[in-house]
Design a protein around this ligand. Structure first.
Ligand code: DAK
Length: 261
């Protein structure tokens, strides 16, 4: 598959695929065409049995993504948004990916860029990262889940601060608030993300998918319903050959060999 606005790379031995947003001259602004390519790449990697984790990053060192492409959006009308239901599937595709995803954020993750990072399962950030929802400065508001996901990550007060004033969180603040899982110097971030991806991909892929589904359920339901979901998933895990293998390998004091069954 060939792309114009993203680059993809697969480390077959590690089981990790990387998608790199590739419009550095526009701070990787998320045009519709670019998002279509991201979506297509996720389709490919989700269906590739050898891939256990997808890393999403941005090229150029200055931005993960500066947001949706403002130049492309500027002439849209309410009627057009309403008619076309301007929440196109390509924006939610990464959130719907069943395999684990990591956003590796160097520089700015603003507006749709922050929203795209939050659609991934884990965010890791360079020490120069800046997260923000500055749509208010355009007299807009976040349109790809920002008000909802950010509030769940950082709480109401910080989400309101960011969305109402446009203030950005730096990497340390993002780490402290729980938006980000780990931070690293900018030139070491991809190594960290790929190492995490390799670690995730080295586990049973079916078990990873079950974990992802269960953690995400915490965002969609009450505690007791979520615990019930987890219990059912836990019970079902015993039907996996991999779970039998994992426990046998522990008892026999040897490395496990996953068959993803
Ligand atoms: N869109 C288009 N072009 C952008 C851009 C963007 N979001 N961000 C940067 N660029 C372009 C700049 O226009 C400039 O282009 P030229 O002038 O060279 O042609 C080039 O990238 C370099 O930008 P700067 O000179 O500004 O670079 P700096 O490093 O000084 O600053 C920056 C980088 C990212 C801090 C700054 O460019 C900036 O503030 N950008 C805008 C940030 C912003 O307001 N983001 C929110 C956009 S609204 C939805 C899905 C998503 C969304 C909504 C709905 N649906 C599916 C319904 C999301 C909305 C948004 O993200």
């Amino acid at each position: 598959m060939s792309y114009e606005l993203i680059e993809t790379n697969v480390d077959t031995a590690a089981g990790v695929a990387t998608i790199t947003l590739n419009r550095p001259e526009a701070r990787n602004a998320l045009s519709n065409a670019l998002m279509n390519e991201v979506s297509a790449a996720v389709d490919v990697f989700e269906n590739d049995e050898d891939i256990g984790c997808i890393v999403l990053t941005g090229k150029g060192g200055k931005a993960f993504a500066g947001g949706a492409d403002i130049k492309e959006m500027a002439d849209r009308t309410y009627a057009q948004n309403h008619k076309e239901n301007f929440v196109t599937a390509n924006w939610e595709r990464i959130a719907e990916c069943r395999k684990p995803t990591i956003a590796a954020v160097v520089g700015y993750a603003l507006g749709g860029g922050c929203e795209l990072a939050m659609m991934c399962d884990i965010i890791v950030a360079a020490d120069n990262a800046k997260f923000g929802q500055p749509e208010i400065n355009l007299a807009l508001l976040p349109g790809a889940g920002g008000t909802q996901r950010l509030t769940r990550f950082v709480g109401k007060s910080t989400a309101m601060d960011m969305c109402l004033t446009g203030r950005m969180l730096n990497a340390e603040e993002a780490l402290a608030s729980g938006l980000v899982a780990r931070i690293a110097p900018a030139d070491e971030l991809m190594d960290l993300a790929l190492e995490m991806g390799k670690s995730i991909a080295s586990k049973s892929k079916l078990a990873s998918m079950a974990v992802k589904e269960a953690v995400n359920t915490a965002y969609e339901t009450t505690l007791s319903q979520g615990v019930m979901f987890e219990r059912k998933a836990f019970h079902a895990a015993f039907s996996l050959e991999d779970a039998k293998e994992g426990m046998a390998a522990f008892i026999e004091n040897r490395p496990a060999r996953w068959h993803n069954k």
